[in-house]
Design a protein around this ligand. Structure first.
Ligand code: F6P
Length: 324
């Protein structure tokens, strides 16, 4: 007979993302509505190994829907990488009486959740990463806020760079994926967007575009570089050498991961947190909550980890074609 769910653990792991708190809040409150005890696990899988937990109630998540970061803290746990660590984490779940664990984060978090499920713990993943690089879901919590933060910063930068007629080389976060860089690049009207997924010709995609722009009376150029490509200083020096224009590097960095979540992230996180608990109570386990074609649904966690999200080639082409 299927074991009844009485206590659900909730953790956030990996890089944080604005909206994680809203997901925690929704999961906690949905537990309470269904007479299930929500247990907050601090510092991700590391906290799970060490039973660093707190029993939560409806009031523990008061006033966090609009807060960035995560009240549960987050970590990238070395100890949990080993099978011994995973075994200990599963033992803690049994000792604490956790019937399931909701794991909020990105790809690394889901790999951890899969490992935990192999130790006999029921898990449910919720995608939250500013990189939006989870294959099974068209959207990940935090992406919208991070994109808006980057756009606001670059708009400010553009004002001063325009006055000085300079070229800005701006690094946007995303170690392995260029989704954020492309989206932000389109929103700020970038001259070029350099991402890890597609090869680029420095001469054709950067230098010629800047020269063309100059001929059409353009006084400022934005070159957006995804963190995964890096080398902003080198790109900047080459631009200055080959065009004779002044160029400056700006790395937006961790600012993109902070701040109050946008309405979209709050709503998406609330829907996903609610759905995760509801589905666990309906008997679903070892799944990732996904957003596809306006619907929230589930994908088995092992399949989710096999799915790769390809970059929106159409959007990338549009960005290039409107950058004159
Ligand atoms: O969470 C994703 C991400 O923000 C990437 O964009 C970035 O490359 C990475 O995390 C940074 O991680 P850390 O916090 O470990 O420096």
């Amino acid at each position: 007979m299927e074991q009844k769910i009485r206590r659900i653990g909730i953790l956030t792991s990996g890089g944080d993302a604005p909206g994680m708190n809203a997901a925690v809040r929704a999961a906690v409150r949905t537990c309470i509505q269904n007479k299930v005890i929500p247990v907050g696990i601090r510092r991700g899988y590391q906290g799970l190994i060490h039973a660093d937990v707190l029993e939560m109630n409806a009031r523990s998540v008061n006033g966090i829907v609009d807060q960035g970061g995560t009240i549960l803290y987050t970590a990238r746990s070395e100890d949990f990488m080993s099978e011994a660590g995973q075994h200990r984490a599963a033992q803690t779940c049994r000792y604490l009486g956790l019937d399931a664990v909701i794991c909020i984060g990105g790809d690394g978090t889901f790999k951890g959740a899969l490992a935990l499920s192999k130790q006999g713990v029921k898990v449910m993943g919720i995608p939250a990463t500013i990189d939006n690089d989870i294959g099974c879901s068209h959207y990940t919590i935090g992406f919208d806020t991070a994109a808006n933060t980057a756009v606001e910063a670059i708009d400010r930068l553009a004002d001063t760079m325009q006055s000085h007629e300079r070229v800005s080389v701006v690094e946007v976060m995303g170690r392995h994926a260029g989704h954020l860089a492309v989206y932000v690049g389109v929103a700020v009207g970038a001259t070029s967007i350099i991402i890890p997924e597609f090869p680029y010709s420095f001469e054709h995609d950067v230098i010629e575009k800047i020269r063309e722009g100059r001929m059409h009376d353009k006084h400022h150029h934005l070159i957006i570089v995804a963190e995964g490509v890096g080398k902003c200083d080198e790109i900047c020096s080459r631009i200055a050498d080959e065009t004779g224009l002044e160029a400056r590097v700006s790395i937006i960095g961790y600012i993109q991961r902070g701040g109050a979540p946008s309405a979209r992230d709050r709503v998406m996180a609330t829907r996903m947190g609610h759905f995760a608990v509801e589905q666990l109570l309906a008997g679903q386990t070892n799944q990732v909550v996904c957003y596809r074609d306006s619907h929230i649904l589930l994908t088995p966690i092992d399949e989710a980890l096999e799915m790769k999200k390809s970059l929106d080639a159409y959007m990338y082409r549009v960005a290039g074609e409107v950058a004159l």
